[in-house]
Ligand binder design. Structure first.
Ligand code: NAD
Length: 494
């Protein structure tokens, strides 16, 4: 059984770890590896290495950093198939989806390649007589990224590309469920010329996370995962004086107005609800069907579901793979049971597609879901789509705005005025107009509102550069020594 190690100081190492956590192939249900779980001594070794590296990396020239980023970008491109195979083997998603997450992740490397432009400061000449004022951005120091299972490459790339470009040392604590892609990532950073210690992988669970949260040498934490853990990370990290951005869970609504193109809306709902088995933070999990569109829309969605091909992620015919673990699959089944008990109509029942070999589940469509149904209130994070019927746009808007999660949402309509109103009034961080999964491109920033985000900084793009740098303002004068005198008055500008 392969033991999956850490990457500290530019090499694979088992460190002091003795405990392991099982890693599975979700398509077969077999254990394929044992993840070495970091001890406090391993956390110390990782942070010690990163601290030393941060001190020299911050002094590297922008030209040197940019050339590492370009080389890294090229290497990741060359290894697309290797990454996709690693992701599919441990996560279960289909290969094309795994390659897709890599492509979206690489947008952040593209963006970070422009770091020399992004770090430009401001300069005001002659702010006062003979005085110039300018601002500079400096790295924060050692920054850690704690990431979820559902995007083992894209989410680490959201963080590490910008963090490293800005001159920080980055410690990745990947999900224990699919940790192997992170080691290939580390190897490619090294091949690209990144000095040892600037990128570290610390494998582990709560022990590793708590070590990073409390070590005073760690300056900032980026987190993506479920809401309860995001809140814990935010509260613990900020209490320890760190900068923290923590992205949480989601329940993404897609409102469909009666004037929407029915086939476009049904195709979008099916793709966005069941892609990656619904294990996407931007998956559509609720369709809000307005007025007369409900009956034909439910029929159109239901008609598409028998055609979906569910199978192992590494088979080219598969469109949807298994869920990540047996425990998660069982949790999703439990939600379907409870949703039905709470009064939902089961139009298509994915429980019939549950298998003993591998962690497969079929797709489920629930209709007539009421706002107090547990299948509506909770994030299920599986291939389950709930339809809530409302009479009006206003009723749908009130429903969306009263949900505790506010990550992404979308409207499907041919009415520009309604779409404009939706964008203006909806209290959600990322909005799609006839786009079901509106993940912003790498030169914007990603983040939800309410219980989907703790902290005030969204991830990647311009806000990522803000998060990974500290601003400094310099006021400078080169006086003529002959004109110097003592003056106890408060300095004013003239
Ligand atoms: P999770 O919260 O269980 O785990 C995320 C990370 O936190 C992992 O690295 C894990 O090891 C660590 N962790 C787990 N429990 C911990 C604890 N008690 N103390 C300290 N650390 C702990 O999330 P997950 O199941 O891996 O991922 C799915 C969740 O992530 C979903 O809720 C999904 O919506 C969310 N997610 C959100 C976004 C977003 O951008 N908002 C993106 C992807 C995933």
């Amino acid at each position: 059984m392969e033991q999956i190690p850490h990457w500290i100081d530019g090499r694979r190492t088992a460190g002091e770890s003795t405990q392991t956590s099982p890693v599975y192939n979700p398509a077969t249900g077999e254990q394929t590896g044992g993840l070495l779980l970091a001890t406090p001594a391993d956390v110390d070794a990782a942070v010690t290495s990163a601290s030393a590296a941060a001190a020299t990396w911050r002094a590297s020239s922008l030209a040197a950093r940019t050339s590492v980023l370009f080389a890294f970008r090229e290497l990741v491109h060359q290894h697309t198939d290797d990454f996709a195979a690693l992701i599919t083997a441990e996560h279960g998603k289909v290969l094309s989806d795994a390659a897709g997450e890599l492509a979206r992740g690489l947008e952040n490397v593209d963006f970070a390649c422009g770091v020399s432009n992004l770090l430009k400061g401001d300069f005001s000449e002659q702010a006062s007589t003979g005085v110039d004022v300018y601002s500079i951005r400096q790295p924060v120091g050692v920054v850690a990224g704690i990431t979820p299972f559902n995007f083992p490459m894209m989410v680490p790339l959201w963080m590490c590309a910008n963090a490293i470009a800005c001159g920080n040392a980055f410690i990745l604590k990947p999900s224990e469920k699919d940790p192997s892609a992170s080691l290939l990532l580390a190897q490619l950073w090294k091949e690209a010329g990144l000095p040892d210690g600037v990128f570290t992988v610390l494998q582990g669970d709560k022990v590793a996370v708590d070590g990073l949260l409390t070590d005073p040498r760690v300056d900032a934490i980026s987190f993506v995962g479920s809401t309860p853990i995001a809140q814990y990370i935010y509260e613990t990290g900020t209490k320890a004086g760190k900068r923290v951005q923590a992205l949480g869970g989601a329940k993404n609504h897609m409102m469909v107005l009666p004037d929407a193109d029915l086939d476009v809306a049904a195709d979008a709902a099916v793709s966005a609800a069941y892609g990656s088995a619904g294990e996407r933070c931007m998956a559509i999990s609720v369709v809000v069907a307005v007025g007369s569109v409900a009956d034909p829309l439910v029929e159109a969605i239901g008609r598409r579901l028998p055609d979906l091909k569910i199978g192992p992620g590494n088979e080219s015919t598969s469109e949807m793979g298994p869920l990540v673990s047996a425990a998660h699959r069982d949790k999703v089944v439990d939600y379907i049971d409870r949703g039905e008990k709470d009064g939902a109509t089961v139009v298509v029942d994915g429980r019939e597609g549950r298998t003993d070999e591998g962690f497969f589940l079929g797709v489920t469509l629930l209709d007539n879901v009421q706002p107090d149904n547990i299948a509506y209130t909770d994030e299920i994070f599986g291939p389950v789509l709930a339809v809530v019927r409302v009479d009006t746009f206003d009723e749908g808007m009130a429903l969306i705005n009263s949900h505790k999660f506010a990550n992404g949402t979308a409207i499907f309509t041919r009415d520009g005025g309604a779409a404009r109103r939706f964008q203006f009034e909806v209290e959600v961080g990322m909005v799609g107009v006839n786009v079901p999964i509106p993940v912003p491109v790498g030169y914007y920033s990603f983040g939800g509102w309410k219980a989907s985000l703790f902290g005030d900084t969204h991830m990647y793009g311009p806000e990522g550069i803000n998060f990974y740098t500290r601003r400094k303002v310099v006021t400078s004068r080169w006086p003529d020594p002959g004109s110097s005198s003592v003056d106890l008055g408060f300095p004013t500008n003239a």
